[in-house]
Design a protein around this ligand. Structure first.
Ligand SMILES: Cc1cc2nc3c(=O)[nH]c(=O)nc-3n(C[C@H](O)[C@H](O)[C@H](O)COP(=O)(O)OP(=O)(O)OC[C@H]3O[C@@H](n4cnc5c(N)ncnc54)[C@H](O)[C@@H]3O)c2cc1C
Length: 381
């Protein structure tokens, strides 16, 4: 490697974790949207000192060490015993219970809310009143911003922190923590079982074209009006639910579920495997044994480290969650993404993402989404 390219510009499969941006001491990295509409670093060569720190923390180049992980995770069927909390979340409402525990003890939570354009963004939560917008899965790549730097700062003041994110984001943060010598015991990491993150540019196009004249006040990708296993995609204004359809019937969600516009690395994700990146992993318990089936939502919880166990046990001791230990196989049978990051990339993905800038959503969805579900792709619409 020559000294002139000792930076992340040489990494050609970026997960968009923001670790390089956060670690750069020269301020030489900004985050921009790639041509495909995903968050990627852009290096200002005039500011880069070739220190190499961005490459050191890049989890695609350097996988975080797994020395503190259990050899096999402890796996649970779980849900919040507070019905409202459970119903307001995507799965069993474990995230809000963990968040409340941290806040109760004076800690700070970093999780995903919205920016002004209704694109997902990591936010700092220090108070219960800020928690609601971070509830629920947003099926779009989130903008992490300077979250990791802020976490380092808060731990220096003796704060405990909970970070929730996709496996790649948690991997990036773990490398950042090591590099910046952040007190590891102060940071609790939760990674999600993750199918992949759709392009923010695609979601923006969908939203602008279909809801531009509406005053949106909330978006739920997993509204339980029709139950947990058959959840709906809903959009609200101040007074009512203005749009609500089962996931497969919405063009954006259907395109997500048939994997049409995920971040390139998601099709062979190096982080969706054991040992998991988080101290705790949260997901949907697809294929939950009949005895525990419940349309209010059921979570799969993987406890991956002693730190994770300490936190999860506090929820159990306080009797605010239901938790039943099961085998790893029971959890992975219908949810292979817990242990494998591989899936086929649809042939049409690259072409669709090339067209997203010049064509309407109506054109894109008719050409690629409705028809590719039928396994047939017309060249002209
Ligand atoms: C993009 C994505 C794909 C997923 N794919 C799967 C899957 O294939 N299988 C599966 O079992 N589970 C998947 N999940 C996880 C699942 O949907 C729930 O988020 C998880 O079970 C937690 O639910 P909960 O009821 O405990 O809490 P919830 O209240 O639903 O909490 C959701 C948590 O996810 C965080 N979050 C939301 N959107 C994002 C985002 N875009 N990026 C990073 N963090 C985010 C929120 O900040 C919050 O902490 C996915 C989640 C996301 C965001």
């Amino acid at each position: 490697m020559s000294s002139s390219n000792k930076n992340v510009s040489i990494v050609n499969v970026c997960s968009g974790c923001f670790a390089c941006y956060n670690v750069c001491p020269a301020g030489a990295i900004e985050i921009v949207l790639s041509r495909e509409g995903f968050y990627v670093p852009k290096i200002d060569k005039s500011l880069c000192t070739n220190c190499g720190l961005c490459l050191k923390v890049c989890p695609v180049v350097n996988a975080p060490s797994s020395e503190d992980r259990f050899s096999e995770p402890k796996v649970y069927i779980s849900w919040s015993l507070d019905e409202k909390t459970r119903l307001n979340s995507s799965s069993g409402g474990l995230y809000p219970e963990l968040a409340k525990l941290i806040l109760e003890n004076g800690g700070i939570v970093f999780a995903v809310g919205w920016n002004k354009e209704w694109l997902p963004q990591h936010k700092e939560v220090s108070d219960y009143s800020q928690l609601s917008e971070t509830l629920g899965s947003k099926y779009v790549q989130s903008y992490v911003g300077d979250t990791y730097r802020r976490i380092a700062e808060l731990t220096e003041y003796g704060k405990k922190v909970l970070f929730v994110g996709t496996p790649c984001q948690v991997a990036g943060l773990r490398n950042f923590i090591k590099q910046r010598r952040v007190i590891e015991d102060s940071v609790f990491l939760v990674d999600l079982v993750c199918f992949g993150t759709p392009s923010p540019s695609v979601f923006k196009k969908y939203l602008t074209e279909n809801f531009n004249n509406k005053k949106i006040t909330a978006i739920s990708f997993r509204d339980k009006v029709t139950g947990w296993s058959t959840s709906s995609f809903s959009i609200y204004d101040k007074t009512s639910r203005i749009y609500s359809v089962p996931l497969f019937k919405d063009s954006f969600l259907r395109g997500f579920l048939i994997k049409l516009y995920l971040t390139r690395i998601c099709y062979s994700c190096p982080f969706s495997k054991l040992p998991r990146q988080g101290d705790i992993t949260l997901g949907d318990f697809w294929g939950v044994p009949d005895k525990y089936k419940d349309e209010k939502g059921v979570s799969v919880v993987l406890v991956n480290s002693e730190k994770g166990e300490e936190l999860f046990n506090q929820l159990r001791e306080k009797q605010i969650i239901f938790a039943e230990q099961v085998s790893l196989e029971t959890a992975t049978k219908s949810n292979p993404r817990i242990v494998s990051g591989h899936m086929k990339m649809p042939n049409e993905r690259d072409k669709l993402l090339m067209e997203i800038h010049s064509k309407s959503w109506k054109y894109i969805s008719r050409k690629y989404i409705n028809l590719s579900v039928l396994g047939d792709l017309l060249e002209e619409v």
